[in-house]
Design a binder for this molecule. Structure first.
Ligand code: PEP
Ligand code: MG
Length: 546
């Protein structure tokens, strides 16, 4: 028995055999001298057409299975496949070296992969995986194999899948009924694969470094603790089985709380909303009985695209969430890009201190056209449900005044164009100490507050959220933060506006009673946390404080 620790991508439990997924096309590529280079370039071109067709089909399947976030991945692949620089590089290789297309593709892709992998940006590094997938696909097509590699459909028994690194295509092509869990040796928590693993709710760990695995070896995955136990002994299996049963039992009990109000024993109500990223999250939120959406992180739309998402794309995405959740409220946060959330086409400059840099509302206010496109989409989607908009990273009243000016221009444009829209509530995130200290002034300008405890902890305690070595110092229970939360709530209530918490702290049950006593009006947590939190609220009795 041997236990290793990895990064938790999606919590869950699994017991089963390991299936090792071999990477790449599985086809070995060696150079073959070519006489007719023009014909070879023709083979490359035809393979590209076939690959594009395959990707289009996969994109449609992904759209149906996981929504826009899944299909966008394949659209990005198609763009990469049509990239002029890539095509020219492969063709040049064939022409200059008189080699077969397979070899030229393999060589070029390896070079590009190395370039992407060396860039100090997780998002771009993840593109190396995309490049590998495209190259494997083309080589497979050129080799005459019509179907995807066998592993995609050949899982005949439930397994815990292990791969060096999983591409999104690998995940989407798997037979999910046969999939107990996913484990990889490497892969960033921001990669497409991680995003998909999360949205599919398959227990997943990344970063399991071990050479003790072999095909079909028994394993136990505890993606709550972040452990993979290889060849577990009877006692480990018994404990995990027990944990599974107890979780299943708790889950059954939790289901009984659906439709019940989130109210304390002594009659104190609080709203329980869900945090979601993609448009599909709304269905998950509903099935967990969310009373609304407290935070829709719209960066997802931008990070999953190869270029700025159009007003129409955004409108459709927001409309779908609004309609799915109606008549419940949906609080949509405007783009919070920058810092750890980067995407190439924004061309944001590399910064010395990205967390203190051009991010959130600062990007939107310096690029008003980008901001207007999103606001137009949001105003239009407002017709289809109860949308509220909120703005991230606010530090001053002046920012709010500028936002309102741009919003007024958007309304005027829409009216002039006779495009129907609905004026939503406009709130702000309180996630900087500055916003806390002037929350009395901001309350006069905002329709509601939502406390972003993740960033508020980072900025108050001077701790970079991204820095793993500071984990031990990251203390969201710090008295400084609790005092801030109290001050913000008092100032919100003096101005008769609602205040919620949408950072991770909202789900921290050791503070639920404190939040209720403070008078927080809304807690917004990941969908799977809603019912456990409702149970906690319903077990709480504040009467002895009165
Ligand atoms: C927060 O900072 O608490 C928050 C909810 O925003 P994000 O985690 O997306 O920065
Ligand atoms: Mg934040």
């Amino acid at each position: 028995m041997y236990t290793c620790q990895g990064k938790i991508i999606q919590p869950g439990l699994a017991i089963g055999p390991i299936k090792i997924l071999s990477s790449g096309s599985g086809i070995s590529v060696s150079p073959v001298a070519i006489e007719d280079v023009e014909a070879e370039i023709g083979r490359f071109r035809n393979a590209r057409f076939t690959a594009t067709d395959e990707l289009r089909t996969l994109s449609e399947k992904a759209l149906a299975d996981v929504g826009k976030s899944g299909s966008a991945i394949f659209e990005a692949y198609m763009l990469l496949l049509a990239d002029e620089e890539y095509i020219v590089a492969v063709e040049k290789n064939i022409l200059a070296n008189h080699v077969n297309a397979e070899y030229a593709i393999d060589e070029t892709s390896r070079e590009l992969e190395a370039v992407f992998s060396a860039i100090d940006d997780e998002y771009i590094r993840a593109r190396a995986v995309d490049m590998r997938d495209i190259s494997s696909r083309l080589i497979r097509i050129l080799s005459g194999q019509k179907n995807e590699p066998g592993y995609a459909k050949d899982l005949t028994q439930p397994v815990i899948l292990y791969a060096d690194e999983l591409s999104p295509v690998d995940i989407l092509q798997l037979n999910r009924n046969m999939l107990l869990g996913l484990v990889t040796r490497s892969g960033s928590t921001n990669s497409h694969a991680a995003i998909l693993a999360r949205s599919l709710e398959i227990p997943a760990l990344f970063g399991i470094e071990t050479d003790r695995l072999s095909d079909m070896i028994p394993a136990a995955l505890d993606a709550y603790l972040g452990t993979l136990t290889i060849d577990p002994d009877r006692e480990t299996l018994r404990m995990l089985e027990q944990k599974k049963q107890s979780l299943a039992h708790q889950n059954r009990l939790l289901q009984e709380l659906k439709g019940q109000p989130s109210v304390t024993k002594d009659g104190h109500f609080i709203s329980l909303y869900a945090n979601i990223s993609g448009q599909n999250g709304a269905e998950n939120a509903l099935s967990n009985d969310a009373e609304g959406i407290g935070l829709l992180r719209t960066e997802f739309l931008y990070l999953e695209s190869a270029d700025y998402p159009s007003e129409e794309t955004q409108f459709q995405a927001y409309k779908k969430v609004a309609e799915t959740m109606a008549p419940r409220k949906v609080i949509i946060r405007t783009l919070d890009i920058g810092a750890d959330k980067q995407t190439g086409y924004f061309k944001l400059k590399k910064e010395e201190n990205p967390a203190l840099g051009l991010r959130g509302i600062r990007v939107c206010l310096t690029r008003p056209q980008l901001f207007k496109t999103q606001l137009r989409a949001l105003y239009r989607a407002g017709v289809y449900g109860q949308i509220a908009i909120m703005f991230p990273m606010i530090t001053s009243v002046e920012e709010l005044v500028s936002i309102k000016k741009i919003a007024a221009e958007v309304r005027l444009e829409l009216s002039e164009e006779k495009i129907p829209y609905q004026e939503p509530e406009m709130g702000i995130m309180i996630e900087t100490p500055a916003a806390v200290m002037i929350s009395d002034l901001l309350a006069g300008e905002a329709d509601f507050f939502s406390i972003g405890s993740n960033d508020l902890t980072q900025y108050t305690l001077a701790i970079d959220r991204q820095n793993e070595s500071l984990d031990a110092f990251y203390d969201p229970h710090h008295e400084a933060l609790l005092r801030m939360l109290r001050l913000v709530t008092e100032n919100a209530h003096k101005a008769n506006i609602r205040v919620g918490i949408c950072g991770e702290l909202a789900a921290d049950q050791s503070l639920t009673e404190t939040f209720l006593r403070m008078g927080i009006d809304e807690l917004s947590v990941s969908p799977s946390q809603i019912l456990p939190l409702r149970r906690k609220i319903r077990e709480t009795d504040l009467s002895h404080y009165n």
